[in-house]
Structure formats: structure tokens, C-alpha cells
Design a protein around this ligand. Structure first.
Ligand code: FES
Ligand SMILES: [Fe+2]
Length: 433
């Protein structure tokens, strides 16, 4: 079923490639410049987006074993994510129920229990209060009323989402709109974490723009991807989540990086391979992206010779930072079969390093200076073109989330989006035009 959707999208990309068309936005979109630097707005985004709707907390491969845990600071809230003995992931606020100290200061680890460093209360990795230091002196309390505050967590398709609000009434299935079923085609739940890093960057939206924007690629990335790569995008949506593909029938080397479907041109559909069908950038609203790759130059050669290579994805998850023009990206390189030989490891590492240059330096430095220049005043609004439909959608949807008065309205909003689940209704018409 989902393969069929992938095949339809690939067919659509090839049709657009042959016809030299893209699906354009209906109109230009004007965005107030202050959206990138207004402090009050930035705080509202933290409170009304990041602490309210499902956000990605990392890949399953980061905490694969029972007892594994990690802590994160997300828009000022410290959270503790654990994998319990039955393999489930749980999310709790990393805040002791006695007087609020963090129950652990470790970033990662494996532990069955956490003992608060202030007065020694102890919790299981399921968040249950299991011990009170000097309990006879402290006084009798019902321990069940002092378990760590849990928030909803969902593990799907090898990714972990959470809603940093213990009282959330958001319907995750409405929000995810079957997009998880598409991502499942990667099989990430069985992949391994090859490498990971944290990048700092500009205002989170200026950073996120780059993952949805194909227009800039041959210009800003002329020294890395090269000046000849296509700048023509196609966007496919499921609810608020958008897949970005590049329209190009070129068979040059960057095709493994940028999501070209050109490898399928001369093949019958039943031979279209999952690796190529999944090319592109799969963005996860409001702040994550999965970019699919082969694991380095050698793998592209292997693919051309019909040998399965080292498939990889770069998962980037952006979180707002303290200042308006700051965010941090948790970036993971996940591999289907991580190489074990020296050459394979060096190739995969070289690719992950190149991506640091492309994202961390080229994209994020541009974002920083863009926002800085806007903060200088003068330009009141930005213009997104007809070929920037994905970015247009993103800004419209963030505004909707900010304005939604409660979770019921959010559920209604997410349910109203992207009913086509992948292929826009007017696709065939547009491709033929
Ligand atoms: S604050 Fe944790 S034991 Fe007192
Ligand atoms: Fe970029």
C-alpha cells in the first residue's frame, strides 16, 4: 500500500521531469520580517508550539536497550526519556517531586533507577517513586502521588515523539496523518546510530527553512553540491508533514544526496528499488527532517554496479535556543548496515562531515546573517515565491498552531490538512500541462 504511494510519487516526479514542470504555489506569500526576531513571538512559539504539539525527541536507535536513558533541555524544560524493561519508551519531566531538583544530570546512560542528588529520593526508570531518604523523619506520604510527571510519548517508524505537556489532549494519529507509515519504509527501527553531533544555528525557523527550500541549493551550495544541481522542488504532504523531492532527470553524482529519481527512468516499475523510491527530504512538522543518502561516494559506485551499499539518513531535529537568533540542531547519522571496515567507516564519516559543512556552515551561517540583517530594520516583509510552496505552507501552519485556542482546535486543524496523503489531487493535470 505505501509502496504504491511511493511509486505514484516517483512516477509524478518523472512526469514533471519530462514535462519540465513543477507544482507551484497559488500566490506569493508575504511574511513579516519580525517573525524571525520578535522576542514575544519567539516565546509564544516555545510555549504554544514546542510545549504543545508532538515534537521529535530523537531516533529509537539512540536509546535501543532496556535501561537506556537520555535527558534533554527543550525550550527550558528538562526531560528524561527512558526505555523500560519491556522495551517501551517513557517520557518524564526531569524534576524531582520533592522540591524540584533534576533527578539526573547525566546526558545519556543506562540505569534502572535515578536518585535525586539533593535529598536522595529514588525513582524507577518508569518514573515511580521507590524510595524516600529518612522516610520516618520526612513523614508518611502516599508514594503513588509522587511519581515523576509523565508526558505522552509515541515511538513509530524508528523515531520517538513526545508532547511536552502532561495534560495534552492532542490526537497523535490525526497529527501524524499516516506519515509514519511512509517513514516506516526506511526500516529505521532496525538501523544503527553511526554518528551524532549538535550544531548551533540561527533562529529555528531560519534554520528550518533550508530543509524545505530547494531554490537555494545551486547558489548557496555551489562549492559543495555544485552550481549545476536542480533548484526545482516538488512537495508532497501528509497532514502538516512534507516530503521534498528534486525534479531532475540528471544522473550526476549528487543524485544520491538530493533525491533524484533519475535512476528509475529506464526501469520497469516493478523493479523500482526502495532506496531510490525513498530519496528526498522527509520533513516532520514543525522541526525535523530526514534526508536520505547512500553512505558515501563508494556506495554510489556500488549502486551503479548493482551492489547494495550502505544506506543512511541524516536526521536533523531543531530546537529553539535562548536568544531569538539561536537554535540547536541534534543531528544523527543513521545507517542500515554501518560499515565495519576502515574504508567504509572513513567514507561514511566523510559524508557526515560534508553534511556538517553544508548545513552547519553554509545554511546556518546564511540564516544567522539573514536574521541579523533583518534585525537591522528597513525590510518589513519577506516574499516567498511560487516555487517556495513548502516554506509557504510551513509558515502558514506555524501561525495556525500559534493561534489555536486549545487542543481540540489543534486536532481539527491537523485533521483538515493534507487529505491527499502524498499526491496532490491536481497532480496528473499539472504534470500533463
Ligand atoms: S529535591 Fe529531590 S530529593 Fe529533594
Ligand atoms: Fe541548504
Amino acid at each position: 500500500m505505501t509502496r504504491e504511494t511511493l511509486v505514484r510519487m516517483a512516477r509524478d516526479v518523472l512526469n514533471h521531469g519530462h514535462a519540465k514542470t513543477i507544482v507551484k504555489a497559488d500566490d506569493f506569500y508575504k511574511l513579516p520580517a519580525s517573525v524571525y526576531f520578535d522576542k514575544e513571538r519567539n516565546q509564544r512559539e516555545k510555549d504554544r508550539v514546542f510545549k504543545r504539539i508532538p515534537i521529535v525527541l530523537g531516533p529509537s536507535a539512540e536509546i535501543p536497550n532496556p535501561g537506556d536513558f537520555k535527558t534533554m533541555d527543550i525550550v527550558g524544560t528538562s526531560i528524561l526519556l527512558t526505555r523500560t524493561k519491556n522495551g517501551d519508551v517513557m517520557g518524564h519531566l526531569n524534576t524531582c517531586m520533592h522540591r524540584g531538583a533534576p533527578v539526573t544530570n547525566e546526558k545519556f546512560g543506562n540505569s534502572k533507577r535515578f536518585t535525586c542528588q539533593y535529598h536522595g529520593w529514588t525513582y524507577s526508570n518508569e518514573g515511580k517513586l521507590i524510595g524516600i531518604a529518612s522516610s520516618h523523619d520526612f513523614g508518611e506520604i502516599d508514594k503513588n502521588c509522587f511519581n515523576l510527571l509523565a508526558f505522552p510519548v509515541y515511538e513509530r517508524a524508528g523515531l520517538i515523539w513526545g508532547i511536552i505537556n502532561p495534560e495534552s489532549k492532542i490526537d497523535f494519529d490525526v497529527f501524524i496523518s499516516d506519515y509514519d507509515k511512509m517513514i516506516e519504509n526506511f526500516g529505521l527501527e532496525n538501523w544503527s546510530l553511526f554518528a551524532q553531533r549538535t550544531l548551533s544555528g540561527p533562529n529555528w525557523k531560519a534554520g528550518y527553512d533550508g530543509y524545505l527550500d530547494i531554490y537555494h541549493v545551486p547558489i548557496l551550495h555551489k562549492n559543495t553540491f555544485g552550481p549545476k544541481v536542480s533548484n526545482r522542488p516538488l512537495y508532497y504532504s501528509w497532514g502538516p508533514h512534507q516530503r521534498v523531492c528534486t525534479v531532475s532527470l540528471s544522473k550526476d553524482k549528487v543524485r544520491a544526496v538530493l533525491g533524484y529519481m533519475s535512476d528509475l527512468v529506464d526501469k520497469p516499475e516493478e523493479e523500482w528499488d526502495m532506496q531510490t523510491l525513498l530519496y528526498g527530504v522527509w520533513t516532520v512538522f514543525p522541526h525535523a527532517s530526514i534526508a536520505s543518502f547512500l553512505g558515501g561516494d563508494r556506495d554510489l559506485e556500488a549502486k551503479d554496479e548493482g551492489i547494495p551499499g550502505h544506506r543512511g539518513v541524516m536526521l536533523s531535529v531543531l530546537y529553539p535556543g535562548e536568544g531569538v537568533n539561536e537554535h540547536y540542531t541534534s543531528q544523527y547519522y543513521l545507517m542500515e548496515n554501518p560499515p565495519t571496515d576502515e574504508e567504509g567507516i572513513a567514507n561514511a564519516q566523510a559524508q557526515f562531515d560534508l553534511l556538517e559543512e553544508i548545513v552547519g556552515q553554509e545554511d546556518y551561517n546564511m540564516g544567522r546573517s539573514q536574521v541579523k540583517s533583518l534585525m537591522g530594520g528597513g525590510l518589513k516583509e519577506l516574499t516567498f515565491g511560487l516555487n517556495e510552496k513548502g516554506n509557504q505552507n510551513f509558515y502558514k501552519w506555524v501561525d495556525k498552531v500559534l493561534d489555536a485556542k486549545d487542543d481540540a482546535e489543534l486536532n481539527e486543524f491537523f485533521g483538515s490538512l493534507g487529505k491527499e496523503k502524498g499526491i496532490p489531487a491536481d497532480t496528473d493535470k499539472t504534470a500533463a500541462a
